[in-house]
Ligand binder design. Structure first.
Ligand code: MSP
Length: 524
C-alpha cells in the first residue's frame, strides 16, 4: 500500500496558493500511483491547536473551537473545489486523535522517555518554542524571524530527544531515500550536528496555553502543538485506535511493503519532521524499515519574496480557480515548479503555459483528431495496416514520452513528466502539418492513408487523456467521453499500449476541452 500524507495546515488563517500547491501535488501523485495500478491511501487535514490559533481566535473575539471550525471549512471547501480527493481527513481536535496522543504520552512516560524540569530562558511567542544561544544572530540578538521574544521560567515536560539523535544520524546515513531531494538531507544532517544534545519541551502550562491536548498525567499542562500535530500521520491511520473508531487498519497503511511518504514544505523539515518526528517514532519503537520518507517541496514566492500577510501579497487560490478554471490552476501549480525547488508565482505564466501547452498544442491536436475524424470518416476510426516512417516515428515518440513521463512521475517530478507529454503532442501537430489529412481527404485513392493518419492522432489523444488524468482528471474524463471510450479512465499503465482505440470504433461528438484564456486588454 502506498500511504501518502501532507503537512496538516494551520487553521489560524485562510488557505493560500502554497497550501493549494502541496495538496494538489499530493493528489496528483496519489492519482498517478493508482494509474500505475498500486493501492494508495491519501491523508491530509488541518492543525487546529496551539498558540497561534488561540491568539487569532482571541483577536477575533470567538472561542478557539468555533474559530477552527470556521477556518477548517475554508480548507475543506478549497479541496473540494480543486478536486483534491483524500481518503482520510485529519483534524487534531478529533477525540480519536486526542486519545492516540494521550496514549502515546502515557506510554513514553512509562518507558522513561519523558521527564519534568524547570527551565528559564527566552521564548519565541511566534514559533512557540524556547530559544537557545544558538538561535541568536551575529550581533547576539534574536532576529525578526522569532517575532516577540519574552523571558520566562516554568516547569515543563521534556522528551528525551537527545537519546535518539545518534540513531537518527546513522539511520539517515544508511537510508538514501530518507529525504528527497538529497540536498535537503544534507541540510538535515547539518542541523543535527548542531542540535544533537538538547531535549524537546513537549508541554505548555495551561496559564499560557489552554488550546491543546491535556497531558494525561499532569493536567496543568497541554501538549506542545508540534508533538500533537505530528502524531496525526499515525493517529488517523488507525494507530492504537479502537476497532470501531472508523479509522483504517494501521498495519495495512504502515509497515507493509512500502514506506509511507510525507509531503512537506522546506520550512518544516528542520527540526519538526526531520528531527522531532523521526525521533518520536523511534522512541515509540518503530523500526528503521518503517520510518516514513520525507518528500520536501519548495515554496511559491511572489517576485522572489515570501508570501505574507504583512506584505499583503498573498495569492488566493479560490479567486484563481474562479477566474481561470480549476484545471488551469492545477496544471500551473505542478507545471511551473520543480518538486523540491522554489518558484515564482506569476499569473502571466499561468495564462501562457495553459494557452501554449493545453489550449494551443493539446487543444489543437484534439480538435484536429476528433473534428477531422467526424468530418472525413463520420467518426469511424481504422487502424490501417502499412505504416510509413512518419507513422512509426510518431509511435516511437509516444513510447519515449510515456517512458520519460513515468520515470519523472516515479521521482515525483510532475513538471518534467508534463514536459515529456508535451513533446509528444508537439510531435503529433507537426505530423499533422506534414500529413495534411485535409488534402488526403480530397483524393478517394488516399482514403486508407487518411484513416491511418487520423487513427494515429486519435490514439495519441487517448494516450494523452490517460497520462493527463492524474493532473487534470476532469479534462481526461471529457476527452474519454468525446472519444467514446468511457473505460479509458480505468486503464492502468501496465495496459497502456498502442491500440487503445478498437478497429472500426466510432468516436463521440467533439467539443473543445481547453478553451483559450482570453485576457481583456486594459482600456487605454
Ligand atoms: N501546521 C504545520 C504543519 C504540521 S504537519 C504535522 C504548518 N502549517 S502551515 O499551514 O504553515 O503550512 C502547511 C504546509 O504548507 C507546509 O508544508 C508548508 O511548507 C506549506 N507552505 C506554506 N507556504 C508555502 C508556500 N508559499 N509555498 C509552498 N508551500 C508552502 O506548517
Amino acid at each position: 500500500m502506498f500511504y501518502l500524507t501532507t503537512a496538516i495546515d494551520y487553521t489560524n488563517g485562510s488557505p493560500h496558493i502554497g497550501h493549494a500547491y502541496e495538496k494538489v501535488l499530493a493528489d496528483v501523485i496519489v492519482r498517478y500511483r493508482r494509474l500505475r495500478g498500486d493501492e494508495a491511501f491519501f491523508l491530509t487535514g488541518v492543525d487546529q491547536h496551539g498558540q497561534k490559533v488561540q491568539q487569532t481566535a482571541e483577536q477575533e473575539g470567538v472561542n478557539p473551537a468555533t474559530f477552527v471550525k470556521r477556518t477548517t471549512k475554508k480548507f475543506l471547501n478549497l479541496w473540494e473545489q480543486l478536486g483534491v480527493e483524500y481518503d482520510g481527513w485529519a483534524e487534531t481536535i478529533d477525540p480519536r486523535h486526542k486519545a492516540c496522543v494521550q496514549s502515546i504520552l502515557s506510554t513514553l512516560k512509562q518507558q522513561g522517555q519523558l521527564y519534568k524540569h524547570a527551565h528559564s530562558g527566552h521564548y519565541s511567542v511566534r514559533q512557540e518554542q524556547f530559544l537557545s544561544d544558538r538561535d541568536r544572530d551575529e550581533s547576539g540578538n534574536f532576529g525578526p524571524e522569532w517575532g516577540e521574544v519574552v523571558e520566562i521560567e516554568e516547569d515543563n515536560w521534556y522528551f528525551k530527544l537527545s537519546e535518539h539523535t545518534a540513531w537518527l544520524k546513522s539511520y539517515l546515513d544508511a537510508t538514501p531515500d530518507a529525504v528527497t531531494p538529497a540536498f535537503r538531507k544534507a541540510e538535515l544532517l547539518n542541523a543535527l550536528e548542531r542540535n544533537s544534545g538538547t531535549d524537546l519541551c513537549i508541554s505548555r502550562p495551561k496559564e499560557r496555553l489552554r488550546w491543546g491536548i491535556e497531558i494525561p498525567f499532569d493536567t496543568d499542562f497541554v501538549t506542545y502543538v508540534w508533538f500533537d500535530a505530528l502524531i496525526n500521520y499515525i493517529s488517523f491511520a488507525g494507530y492504537h485506535a479502537a476497532p470501531d473508531a472508523g479509522l483504517p487498519d494501521f498495519t495495512r497503511l504502515w509497515g507493509g511493503d512500502e514506506r509511507p511518504v510525507h509531503i512537506i514544505g522546506k520550512d518544516i523539515l528542520v527540526p519538526a519532521h526531520g528531527i522531532y518526528w523521526l525521533c518520536m517514532l523511534h522512541a515509540m519503537g518503530f523500526p528503521d524499515a518503517q520510518m516514513p520518507r520525507l518528500l520536501v517541496h519548495g515554496w511559491w514566492n511572489i517576485r522572489g519574496e515570501k508570501m505574507s500577510k504583512s506584505i499583503g501579497n498573498i495569492v488566493d487560490p479560490n479567486q484563481l480557480a474562479d477566474r481561470f478554471g480549476v484545471e488551469a490552476l492545477r496544471y500551473y501549480l505542478v507545471r511551473d515548479i520543480v518538486t523540491g525547488k522554489d518558484s515564482d508565482f506569476d499569473v502571466e505564466r499561468l495564462i501562457m503555459l495553459y494557452n501554449t501547452e493545453l489550449a494551443n498544442e493539446l487543444g489543437n491536436l484534439c480538435n484536429r483528431a476528433l473534428n477531422m475524424s467526424q468530418r472525413f470518416t463520420e467518426g469511424m476510426l481504422q487502424r490501417g495496416g502499412s505504416f510509413t516512417e512518419d507513422d512509426l516515428a510518431l509511435q516511437s515518440s509516444l513510447i519515449q514520452s510515456t517512458t520519460a513521463y513515468r520515470t519523472a512521475m516515479d521521482e515525483f517530478d510532475v513538471s518534467k513528466a508534463l514536459e515529456a507529454l508535451s513533446r509528444h503532442i508537439v510531435h503529433c501537430n507537426r505530423y499533422t502539418d506534414r500529413m495534411q489529412p485535409w488534402d488526403l481527404n480530397k483524393d478517394p485513392e488516399k482514403k486508407d492513408r487518411l484513416a491511418t493518419v487520423l487513427y494515429h492522432l486519435a490514439e495519441s489523444v487517448a494516450h494523452a487523456a490517460v497520462l493527463l488524468s492524474p493532473i487534470l482528471p476532469d479534462a481526461a474524463a471529457k476527452l474519454a467521453g468525446q472519444l467514446n471510450l468511457p473505460n479509458l479512465t480505468n486503464i492502468r499503465l501496465p495496459d497502456l499500449r498502442w491500440g487503445l482505440i478498437p478497429e472500426g470504433h466510432t468516436i463521440g461528438k467533439p467539443k473543445p476541452v481547453f478553451p483559450k484564456i482570453i485576457v481583456e486588454e486594459p482600456s487605454p
